[in-house]
Design a protein around this ligand. Sequence first.
Ligand code: NDP
Length: 816
Amino acid sequence: MPSSIMEKFESMAYGPAPEDATEVLRWLDAHNRRFGHFINGNWNAPSSTTFETRNPATGELLATVAQGSATDVGAAVAAAQAALPAWQALTGHQRARYLYAFARQVQKHARKLAVLETLDNGKPIRESRDIDIPLVARHFYYHAGWAQLLGPLDETGFTGEDFRGYTPVGVVGQIIPWNFPLLMFAWKVAPALAAGCTVVIKPAEYTPLTALLMAEIADEIGLPTGVLNVINGKGETGAALASHPGLNKVAFTGSTEVGRLIRKETASSAKKLSLELGGKSPYIVFDDADLDSAVEGLVDGIWFNQGQVCCAGSRLLVQERVAEKLYDKIRARMSVLRVGSPLDKAIDIGAIADRVQYDRIEQYIQTGIQEGATCWQPELPMPERGLFLRPTLLTGVAPASTVAQEEIFGPVLAAMTFRTPAEAVELANNTSYGLAACIWSENINVALDVAAQVKAGVVWVNATNLFDAACGFGGYRESGYGREGGKEGMYEYLQPAWLGGAGQDGEPVALPEPGPGSEFAAPDAAQALRHDLLDAAIDRTVKHYIGGKQVRPDSGYSFPVAGADGRLVGHAPLGNRKDIRNAVEAARGAAAKWARQTAHGRAQVLYYLAENLVQRREEIVRKLAAFVGESQAAVEFDTAVERTFSYAAWTDKFEGSVHNPPMRMVAMAMHEAIGTVAVLAGDEAPLLGLFSLLLPAVAMGNTVVAVPGERAATLIGELYQVFDTSDLPGGVVNLVAGKPMELGKTLAEHDDVDAIWSFRDLSASAMVKAASIGNLKQVWTNEGRAVDWFDPAQGEGRWYLRHATQVKNIWVPYGE
Ligand code: NDP
């Protein structure tokens, strides 16, 4: 150890700089190192079942914490329900004051919160002090702003400009992980409270302490009782919370595995769900990159928080020409990283949060070696006890190997090479996840081109792991859905007022009774249609519309569809799994090109479609009239034309935004197509209902496989003539008729369908949710509630467009 300043300067060595934990330990002692739950503003006495939370760096016992039972969860949800009306009745300004007070308290207690976080989690104090806590405060400030701007709530919803017509979702259950305990608390609680929701939150078992200190702060600022409730416990407590029928929404951050369990738990309910799950994010380095900066970025990308970061740049993809040079630089940098006591201010890498996690990471390293990777770890001085792991570099990793595919959640970098930008994109997207990506290149054109093609919710150009409350965060694919932060994050806690506010259900959807003879009708009704078949006025057999072509049903069957008077209107093809698979393949094939089409180009197609639709007014209205009567038929047709114009108009107007986070960066929030969207339409307004779902999806660059309602199925013949003449590329819209529950299930289970929308009855909503648990695709349903398709406030606009897009935030630095 150098002794003189000159020696220190020469060697650039650090001495230990330990943070003083006395005040935090005193706070723990003041609670007798025992904590209960915070329910309805009271601390519940620790129950007989408890668990321990320890300092992972030393193994020292920090506190004993009550394990929440189903009864405790029930009490917390009841408190949140009771607090909801009064909390919603406050003006936005009044709620803003509470959020502002939270932010101020976080700043006042900044060091205490940072030290407590580091003791409980094992992360370096440098990170909790300089990154986590300032971001926590920023989140509360930012959301104080949204509370203010929402304005008062009346029967029409919020009256402020930005979210006019929206209401709070209601009571929210939130479950958070251990890697950023307090930051995740802020990401969850701040938008929920701003939106007028009340909360029950369960922190992770390894790291409950900062959430409990925040509960104490809530008490100090006089937050109305029951608005925020904290329940401690393990996975069982989380499961009890997620399944509680008193919740209107569940928000979860954690592993994809538990995300799936929660999805299953909530599938049969109308609870709104947002999932922020794992990742295996690519860190792409091109040969023209500033390699030293890229290496420095990696320190934050994979060794930040010991790599226990959902968006860690854990897959290094480096252009072949500079690979060895970069690896040398990485090894040199790794050799001077400091591993040690997280409370030491000069430490880079602290302790792993728990023994289970530690063993899991060790196991992954062994698996990587067994699968052919070369493992390199620096010779660093390591603490003698505690859960410390050396930073690890695995090179020569095969793209399909375990360490390239699975989230390790530790300080382990898996490296592989690529030759061309196209290969980089292919490798980057060769994962079931899609949370984040880093792109290093001095060529901004290449960087932005690749950013557009990478499937990830956040892309950092020449930077890594940057966060801000104004910039939404969340994933594509199995990294979950829903966003946290930004305006898009607020929508997660709001819903259109006409859908019914918390606790009040809207009108249930009333699907027309299946006509006699239909595949959906009882057999005796089918018998009744026989006579009518002979003298039917319009008898025509239509086919599916797949890949721009009329296609006979694989089953070889059609089904008869009766009008309101029981007489035959026509036949529709009876689709099966094979038809659906063909339609998905066609939609998939058309997706990339349609998404790349300019917004102006898509608008032209939709305008043209409206023009051609009008040409067929007479025959379509006549058929519609058989189902809905003449007066609705005419209005419905005209409204469908108008809606087509609306979405042609929206196509180049539903644009993203540019954020100015508090650093020299811009974050471009792009609205991207989701991919292939499956649609199950109802039949109350056969044409308009179908169009109201097809159009926003297509306008935003998605391709669609739609199962029309039974009545609309008879219109396929007219519709494909319209589509064919409107320059709509084959495969962009595919219509497969048949039994919606059966075809919908195949669509929900299909891995190549990126999102599924169900606007039929409650059983269809529950079915699509249940059938897509495995692939975690985005699901959007009407929860069986009726939509008045004739009312533009309900039947069109941003609510639809938001669901037809996902936000990708691309961060780009500026300046030298
Ligand atoms: P989990 O997903 O198990 O934990 C997240 C939260 O969910 C915790 O509060 C946990 O409680 C709770 N939970 C656990 N089981 C259930 C359940 N059945 N129903 C409801 N809630 C439940 O993550 P782990 O802590 O087990 O970590 C495992 C792996 O997950 C990591 O190795 C990492 O790969 C990944 N992970 C990803 C994160 C991300 O941000 N993307 C964050 C954390 C982990 P409790 O802590 O008490 O078990």
